[in-house]
Design a protein around this ligand. Structure first.
Ligand SMILES: [Zn+2]
Length: 96
C-alpha cells in the first residue's frame, strides 16, 4: 500500500485518497479545436517511471495534491498542495 504525505494531514494510506489524473495536462480552450479537446479527455500516456499526478484527500482534508509517483515501484516523491487553480469552479473533481 502506498503512503501519501498530505501537506496538511501528514502521511496517510492511499485508501484515503482518489486519483485525479495526470498533473501535467492542461485543459485546452473549449472553443478551440475539437480534436485537441477529445485528446485531452480520452487519450492518456502510460509512462514507465516518474509521473506527476493529481490526487485528492477525499477522506481527509479534501485538498488536491500534486505528487510524483514512480509507475513501476509506486515510490512517492514530492507531495505539494495543488490548490484550486487547476480545477475550474474551485475544486471540481475528475475521474473516480
Ligand atoms: Zn489531507
Amino acid at each position: 500500500m502506498m503512503v501519501i504525505a498530505c501537506p496538511f494531514c501528514g502521511p496517510r494510506p492511499e485508501i484515503e485518497f482518489s486519483y485525479g489524473g495526470d498533473a501535467s495536462l492542461s485543459r485546452p480552450p473549449e472553443d478551440g479545436k475539437q480534436e485537441a479537446y477529445l485528446d485531452y479527455l480520452y487519450l492518456r500516456d502510460n509512462p514507465r517511471g516518474w509521473h506527476e499526478e493529481l490526487w485528492v484527500h477525499r477522506h481527509g482534508c479534501g485538498a488536491w495534491i500534486s505528487l510524483r509517483r514512480h509507475t513501476v515501484t509506486h515510490e512517492i516523491g514530492t507531495c505539494r498542495y495543488a490548490g484550486d487553480a487547476r480545477r475550474p469552479g474551485g475544486g471540481e473533481e475528475q475521474g473516480r
